[in-house]
Design a protein around this ligand. Structure first.
Ligand SMILES: Cc1cc2nc3c(=O)[nH]c(=O)nc-3n(C[C@H](O)[C@H](O)[C@H](O)COP(=O)(O)O)c2cc1C
Length: 465
């Protein structure tokens, strides 16, 4: 993709200008004034119901003195273009780029240092949107927290929904109990508050890196470098020296004290449910950094295509690679949107009895969120829910083809799971198996060709109806 020359390659403005030039049909500019209370979610939902997932730029949002960019990750085609590939190539491109981890490059300054405030901070001046009627308040949905482990120094990035608590405090949730949670425990064991910096709005490749789940100790800022194909340019935050993208829109620096709590939620989550399962952590903000004309880069919440794509593309990519390396019989893997983050379909050419079970166990063991995996034969189009359900209906015997494992950690946001996310996991083997006797009803290709010709004549268009 070509980008606009006046901004650095790592600047979201560079991406936006280049993208709008290359794909104007995929960018929706809204110039009329809209409300900060649910209008953006309403727009994205209405567009999605019409099968449309454009990048949305709202130039006037009441009460917000800046433009709002949202739905960047709403379509897989757009994510593919970010990685210079097509939708089918996303996993391979993501893996190829992120295999080359690159250390960030420290620079003296950058646009995020335009304005730096450490006194009289008022977080109410941040652009904040309310996404759902059921949300407790307006939320930051695109807050990526950078933190370094107090003992090892290993860095981490992860997203954490955040709600205004006071002029200088945000209430946030670490419910994924991922690496930030562990780093916070380490700081707490040493009787220290954890020093953190929240990045709000940066280049989409930085956003994608932020949602990666990596082995403990691998820093997502290095993944961002891999995705860019050059080191991420970072500046140090003034008080704690945390490395943050030099081209970010906003950065909030401060501390999370494991002992301090503030209630937040309910909030519309990726499950499609409004969730108040939260660790209710308190983030005390001590420095506010921003560009002079900072804009809000929002992430559409709930079970929007954007939230689901952003959360799962790095995970899917890793799982597909791992699975195919270990099980060459696997021909395709698909995480359907209907299953939020909890379902995956695997297509395979089974060469041994029981192989489907082994593949499903692999996926259920590796992916931290999956609850149900369905295995089907390679001729089933796993991008279509109805094809997978047909395979289940006709190839599957419950007494023989279900495997269930109980008492595993999963997502705390699954309303059917325990409050810390303890769940069971299930594999459904809908492959036909060696002794399957059915023969698929077929229509001869000649009859299909005749049908197309008949319909072309009947409708008088020269084209099939
Ligand atoms: C848009 C978005 C919002 C998220 N919000 C939260 C959140 O509020 N709390 C949380 O614990 N995890 C949240 N997550 C999940 C973690 O940020 C994500 O799984 C991350 O990869 C965990 O990183 P880690 O492996 O470094 O722990 C969110 C993910 C995305 C993509």
């Amino acid at each position: 993709m070509s980008f606009a020359p006046q901004f650095s390659r790592q600047d979201i403005r560079h991406f936006l200008e280049g993208y709008a030039k290359a794909h104007p049909e995929d960018v929706l500019n809204v110039d009329e004034e809209i409300s900060s209370d649910q209008d953006i979610t309403g727009l994205v939902w209405t567009l999605a119901a019409r099968g449309k997932h454009p990048l949305v730029i709202c130039n006037k949002v009441s009460g917000i003195g800046s433009k709002v960019v949202t739905n960047l990750f709403g379509s897989r085609e757009r994510v593919a273009r970010m990685l210079d590939t097509d939708a089918l190539g996303i996993h391979a491109a993501y893996q190829a780029r992120t295999r080359k981890l690159l250390e960030p490059r420290m620079v003296a300054s950058g646009p995020v240092c335009d304005v730096v405030e450490s006194s009289n901070i008022d977080l109410a001046t941040l652009p904040l949107l309310r996404h759902f009627a059921t949300d407790r308040a307006p939320y930051i949905t695109n807050g990526i927290i950078a933190a370094d482990h107090p003992d090892t120094g290993a860095g981490n990035l992860s997203y954490h929904r955040s709600m205004l608590h006071s002029k200088t405090e945000l209430a946030t949730s670490l419910h994924s109990r991922g690496h930030l949670w562990r780093i916070l425990q380490a700081a707490s064991d040493a009787n220290q508050p954890l020093r953190v910096a929240m990045v709000i709005g940066a280049h989409p490749l930085f956003m994608l890196a932020g949602s990666a789940r990596l082995p403990m100790g691998v820093d997502e800022r290095h993944v961002a470098g891999g995705l860019f194909g050059e080191p991420l340019e970072v500046v140090r935050t003034p008080k704690y020296g945390i490395a943050v993208p030099a081209h970010a829109e906003y950065v909030l620096e401060g501390v999370i004290d494991a002992k301090a709590h503030a209630e937040e939620g309910p909030f519309g989550e990726f499950t499609g449910y409004s969730s108040n399962r939260s660790t209710n952590n308190l983030f005390r903000v001590e420095t506010l950094m921003r560009r002079r004309d900072a804009m809000l880069v929002d992430v559409v919440g709930g079970n929007s295509a954007e939230h689901l794509n952003l959360g799962r593309i790095p995970r899917e990519s890793e799982m597909v690679e791992k699975l195919r390396e270990r099980f060459p019989s696997v021909t395709a893997v698909h995480y359907p949107s209907s299953g939020t983050h909890f379902h995956a379909y695997v297509a395979m050419k089974q060469v041994r009895d029981g192989e489907a079970r082994q593949v499903m166990l692999g996926l259920l063991g590796w992916d931290p969120y999956l609850k149900t995996v369905v295995a089907v034969d390679a001729d089933v189009d796993i991008t279509r829910d109805e094809e997978v359900l047909w395979a289940l209906a006709t190839h599957f015997q419950p007494h023989r083809d279900v495997l269930v494992i109980d008492g595993l950690p999963g997502s705390a946001l699954d309303p059917s799971a325990g409050s810390t996310g303890t769940t069971s996991r299930m594999g459904l083997d809908a492959t036909r198996g060696a002794n399957f006797e059915g023969q698929r009803a077929q229509i001869a290709p000649e009859a299909m060709a005749r049908a197309a010709a008949i319909l072309a004549r009947v409708t008088g268009t020269g084209k099939p109806a």
